[in-house]
Design a protein around this ligand. Sequence first.
Ligand code: NAD
Length: 252
Amino acid sequence: MRLKDKTVLVTAAGQGIGRASALALSAQGAHVIATDVNEEALRGLASEPTAGGSVETHRLDVLDGAAIADLAKRLPQLDGLFNCAGYVHNGSILDCEEKDWDFSFDLNVKAMYRTLRLFLPGMLERATTTGNVSILNMASMASSVKGFPNRFAYGASKAAVIGLTKAIAADFLKQGVRCNCLCPATVDTPSLRERIAASPDPVQAQKDFVARQPMGRLALVDDITPMVVYVLSDESRFVTGQAMLVDGGVTI
Ligand code: NAD
């Protein structure tokens, strides 16, 4: 079990990559604290069968600093933190009102500032015994890695995640804290399906998403979760400050 005896918190674990990651981490022996703003979506997660690990669930809105502080007080020190919550604003700068920009940065970036301010002190203390704690932040290939049409606020905010990740990695490397971020391609998740369904021509929108993938298909959540497990395990102990691309060759 690669994650035996590790406690890992995942945000946005109700569906999509977050949920699949919570299950993959617990299958590797971790005790997973699965959180989401949507309590209903978390239902059932704690009772899904996992090989060796365990899952507990908590409602957590990562926009709410007081709620994060309250949860942090009640939880044990973390070995791993996966900041997964995020939101896609669709459009160019001309479609992006200030409220869209602010919300994109609040959920995609400032939420990480909030969780890290509150969980990092405990993780630093934990690192004094284990020598190795790991943070994974959700970025995207649509970021400073590559520009895509209609991903103005999204790409800018995910680029900020890469910068935040490198800054944390540099500041805490000597104290046994590693910090990396994940840059997936387009992943078939409930929110992607909703975005496709809401587009003017859903059949064409689906084709367009697939067309930008050289492997001719979208990523599945389980194409992504092995990287999540790796980054949060001790096997990645020499890896920090990196943007881990899992993009099916888009950025070759
Ligand atoms: P999703 O969008 O289908 O689900 C998101 C989850 O986040 C939901 O369960 C929702 O309840 C939760 N959430 C929303 N607001 C929240 C808040 N304030 N606090 C806590 N939880 C909240 O999931 P997804 O498509 O797997 O995306 C997850 C992350 O991966 C996001 O950061 C996204 O930007 C990133 N990402 C997704 C893709 C993709 O193609 N799906 C590609 C690259 C990166």
